[in-house]
Structure formats: structure tokens, C-alpha cells
Design a binder for this molecule. Structure first.
Ligand code: BG6
Length: 530
């Protein structure tokens, strides 16, 4: 997945390791998108494939077949996608020449997901392609409801489009979260999938792993001796991982009523980020080595019994408030949400990792909708100095050093440390050093889906979730859900839209003398900024 590259510049010799370079070119292949009329296809998948084509990263030949129930022609599907691309493309305007060429690869196959004959038609369409690569290398993207995964996979196998062992070429399935809604259903789903495909053929997407800044966590940790040496309980006081969103659930109330913040964000994105931040160095960059370390880390997360949950987990739900100066309805007033819903739109957790590196270090995780800002950040809060030389002038406690990995927006890294305020008095104040992706590398920020689709075509599973990772994450989340079962939200668990969650979340940190830190923003420094 990563390859060291020497680059000579006039100023100095730089040895860079190109993050994100896929070292095996993708072979000609056919991508079949189930759910071709859906939102994900229009908003994410086709724009990502268009950009890969624009960047000349697609295989030398490829076809993209959209499979869906509605009657459409190739031409009408292309037209629809073009309109969506005009709206959702990360680069604007859409390049007409690139689009014209790209759109020739888009084909539509009308069919019902439950109709075996439709899969025969698909099989026939694929076997008529001129190039053997297009016939034999098949990527099935299931952008459909999870309840349909197992059935579609069984029908693909029945139509001889999917084999556990392929004689030539490769056959892979890409699936979107949620992978089940608890441990039991996830196990069942995994078992059903692996009746027809090997684990190596199943690529489970967590789009956070496709983000450059999330991939950079490992590069940052294991290419910088100065930080990795401090990356233990000896130097680190605690870690805060925040994934906050300004928006409410909007039109997704129906889905959210089944999910809630714990299933929607913690089970996947947040535990993935946590495992990258805290895992041991892998033996190599091989997909299995990295995933083995992530699994080991998740196994070391201390399990919570119902009593622990009451002290270490806080849930919350937003009520009506203001967001960006606009009135925001409460969660219970959102479309398709029950008027007495107990679903959490916010969750904060205090986790411990029982291993040599992290023993005793709290990891605080929080995520929520309708918070004051949209920002994802990992904050490493270092231990205080053992003695304060300037106590007489500055008080007994100096600000603790902190390192913030700014995952989004304002992607970059900030280091916060103390410095002398110029002048004759002895005054110490926190200052910050910022690294910004934009300033350093320009505005090239591929969408997570571009990277993930490319990796799936190349067959590198590093950025995808393995079966055991999914199952362990469900064990952790299930223990919390069980403790909440049958308990209605209390008054202390509500928060006004546009605020930082329920007060109980502050108490969660307050018990240990800690406070939540607002995600750092590069352009908003003030002496009082936390
Ligand atoms: C999705 C969740 O997985 O991630 C959404 O279902 C959430 O509820 C989204 O809004 C956040 O992703 P991002 O990339 O915008 O941080």
C-alpha cells in the first residue's frame, strides 16, 4: 500500500513515502452497482469513479453496470448521472471531454434484485464483453439495504457470477455499513456472505478509512520518532476523539430511529479511528498485519458492565434550538421520528485499554448531531509538567501540551505548547504550531470513495474492515445498548440543538479533572481558545 520514493529537489533531498500510492495498477474489470438509482450511487460512487478516470487511475478498460429495478436506457441513466455529477462533483465544472469518454463505459441493466432471471441477463451482458478481463474481473458493489445483501450474493452465485474459488480473474463484493445491527445479526450476515464468498473477497467499507487524514494517523505515528516515543501512558494524560456534526438527522429519521449515534458512528468510524491511534506497530504494511493489530487493540478495550455504563457512557438527544442562527427542530419533531423516541443523537464514552502501553489512560470519545460545529479531531493531551517553575507568576498549573490530529475540516496537525509572552513580565501562554494539508500539498483532496474504490479494484484490503473487527466492535457496542435497554432518557440527557451535548458529558470528564477541548481551528486563534 505504501512505497518509499526518493525525490531530489534543488533545495534538499527528501525521502518521501507516498501515502496513498497504489503500487499495482488495476486490471481491466467490470463494476456492477446494485442500487444504481440510489443516492449513494449519484452522490458518491459515480463522482468517485469519474474522478479516478479523470486522474487516469481507472484500469485500461472497464465497464460500470448499474443494476436497478426502474426502466431506464443506458442513455437515460447516463443523463441522470451527468446531472448528479454537476451537483456533487468535488471539481467544478465537470470536464465535458472526460465525461464523454467516461460515460461510454456506463451501462444500465434493468432488473429486480429478487428475480433470478435478471441475474442471468446480467451474466449474459458481462459474458458478451470483448475483453476477458471485463468478463472475469468482477466487482459487485452492494449499495442496497443490508437486509438484501445475503440474497443478492446467493443469486450472484446461482448465476455463476460469483465463485468461492475463481479459475481466472477475481470476483469481489463491496458492502456498505451497517454490517448487522448487533453482534448476532452481524455474525449471521458474515456467515451468509461466506457461504458464497471467501473472507478475502468481501470488502466492508468504512468511509472514514478512505480519508487521507485517517490514513495519515499510521504514517504520522510510525514515521516520527519524536512523537511515537511519547505515545504511551508515561507521557499521555488522556486522549479525546471528537466527531461532531452541526446538522441534525434531516431526512434520515427513519434510518436513525433504528440506528442511533452509537450504532451509526461509534461501532464503526470512531472505533476504527481509536484503533489506529492506539494500536501497536504492525509487523509490515500488509493488510492482514495492520488488521491484526487493530483487532488486538479492540480486544484490549475493557468491556463495560451495566454499572460501568452508567458511569462511563453518556447518551443525549437534541431538543429544539438554534443552528447557525436558524431554528432547528428537536429530534422528536424530525420526519419519521417517534414523538417519544429514546434514540440517542449524542454519545460520549470513557474507555480504557488494558495493555502495557495504555493502562490507566482514559480515551474519551464523543459524537453527536446538532452540535456547534462539524469537526473531527483526535486530541492527545500530554501529562502536566512535574513541577511549575513559574508558579508564583502563572499559578500552579500550566496548560498541558496537546497534539491535535485535525481529521476534518481544516485537515492537518496542530501542536500546542507554552511560550513566553514578549515583554518584561513573566507571562506564559499557550501557543500553537499548525501543519495544514492545503498549505503543504495544495488542495488535492480525493474523496474517500475514490481511494476505496481503487483499492477494491486493486484488491488491497488494508482500508476495509475484516470480519473479526466488525464482530468485536459489536461486542463493545452491544454491552452499552443492553445497559440502556428499557431506560427512558432522563432530563439530564437532553441538550439544546447547537450546544455541546448534555451536561452529563462534562461530568464524565470532570470526575478525573479533565475537560472537553473544542476542536482546534487554524484560523481562529485567541488566547482563550481551548
Ligand atoms: C455516516 C453516518 O456513516 O457518516 C452519518 O451514517 C454521518 O450519520 C456520516 O453523518 C459522517 O461522515 P463524514 O464523512 O461527513 O464525517
Amino acid at each position: 500500500m505504501f512505497r518509499p520514493v526518493s525525490q531530489s529537489t534543488q533545495k534538499e533531498d527528501l525521502v518521501t513515502c507516498r501515502l496513498g500510492e497504489v503500487h499495482r495498477p488495476a486490471a481491466p474489470c467490470t463494476i456492477v452497482i446494485f442500487g444504481a438509482s440510489g443516492d449513494l450511487t449519484a452522490r458518491k460512487l459515480v463522482p468517485a469513479l469519474y474522478h479516478l478516470h479523470k486522474e487516469q487511475q481507472m484500469p485500461p478498460d472497464f465497464r460500470i453496470i448499474g443494476f436497478a429495478r426502474r426502466e431506464k436506457t443506458d442513455a437515460s441513466w447516463r443523463q441522470e448521472l451527468r446531472e448528479a455529477l454537476d451537483q456533487f462533483s468535488r471539481t467544478k465544472p465537470v470536464d465535458d471531454v472526460v465525461w464523454r469518454d467516461f460515460s461510454q463505459h456506463l451501462l444500465y441493466c434493468q432488473g429486480d434484485l429478487t428475480d433470478s432471471a435478471a441475474y442471468q441477463k446480467l451474466q449474459k451482458q458481462i459474458s458478451d464483453f470483448p475483453d476477458p478481463g471485463l468478463q472475469q474481473n468482477l466487482l459487485f458493489y452492494l449499495a442496497i439495504s443490508p437486509s438484501q445483501f445475503a440474497d443478492v450474493v446467493a443469486r450472484l452465485a446461482e448465476a455463476r457470477l460469483l465463485h468461492r474459488e475463481t479459475q481466472a480473474g477475481w470476483e469481489r463484493i463491496v458492502i456498505e455499513k451497517p454490517f448487522g445491527h448487533d453482534l448476532e445479526s452481524a455474525r449471521r450476515l458474515n456467515q451468509e456472505l461466506t457461504r458464497f464468498a471467501n473472507e478475502q473477497q468481501v470488502f466492508r467499507i468504512d468511509h472514514y478509512l478512505g480519508k487521507e487524514t485517517v490514513q495519515n494517523i499510521l504514517m504520522f505515528r510510525f514515521s516520527n520518532a519524536i512523537f511515537e516515543r511519547l505515545w504511551t501512558r508515561d507521557s499521555i494524560d488522556h486522549v479525546q476523539i471528537t466527531v461532531s456534526e452541526k446538522v441534525g438527522v434531516g431526512q434520515r429519521g427513519g434510518y436513525y430511529e433504528e440506528a442511533g449515534a452509537l450504532r451509526d458512528m461509534v461501532q464503526n468510524h470512531m472505533l476504527q479511528v481509536l484503533s489506529l491511534v492506539a494500536m501497536e506497530p504492525p509487523v509490515s504494511l500488509d493488510a492482514e498485519c495492520i488488521r491484526n493489530e487493530k483487532v488486538k487493540l479492540m480486544q484490549s478495550i475493557r468491556r463495560l458492565n451495566p454499572e460501568d455504563v452508567s458511569h462511563q457512557v453518556v447518551r443525549g438527544q437534541y431538543f429544539a434550538g438554534m443552528s447557525e442562527g436558524q431554528p432547528q427542530p428537536g429530534y422528536r419533531q424530525e420526519t419519521k421520528v417517534k414523538s417519544d423516541s429514546n434514540v440517542e443523537t449524542y454519545v460520549a464514552l470513557k474507555l480504557f485499554i488494558d495493555n502495557w502501553r495504555w493502562s490507566g489512560v482514559p480515551f474519551y470519545l464523543r459524537t453527536g448531531k446538532c452540535l456547534p460545529m462539524s469537526a473531527s479531531e483526535v486530541r492527545i493531551q500530554f501529562r502536566p509538567t512535574p513541577h511549575v517553575l513559574f508558579a508564583a507568576e502563572c499559578g500552579q498549573r500550566l496548560d498541558q501540551n496537546a497534539l491535535a490530529l485535525r481529521l476534518q475540516p481544516d485537515e492537518g496537525i496542530s501542536l500546542r505548547f507554552n511560550g513566553k509572552v514578549p515583554g518584561t513580565s513573566v507571562e506564559v501562554r499557550p501557543v500553537r504550531m499548525h501543519f495544514s494539508y492545503n498549505a503543504e500539498f495544495g488542495a488535492y483532496t480525493p474523496e474517500a470513495y475514490e481511494r476505496l474504490l481503487l483499492e477494491a479494484m486493486v484488491g488491497d484490503a488494508t482500508l476495509f474492515i475484516r470480519r473479526d473487527e466488525v464482530e468485536i466492535a459489536w461486542q463493545i457496542v452491544d454491552s452499552i445498548r443492553h445497559a440502556w435497554e428499557g431506560k427512558a432518557l432522563s432530563n439530564r440527557e437532553f441538550y439544546a440543538a447547537g450546544t455541546w451535548g448534555p451536561v452529563a458529558a462534562d461530568d464524565l470528564l470532570g470526575q478525573a479533572g479533565h475537560t472537553w477541548r473544542e476542536p482546534m481551528r487554524v484560523n481562529s486563534y485567541s488566547a482563550s481558545a481551548k
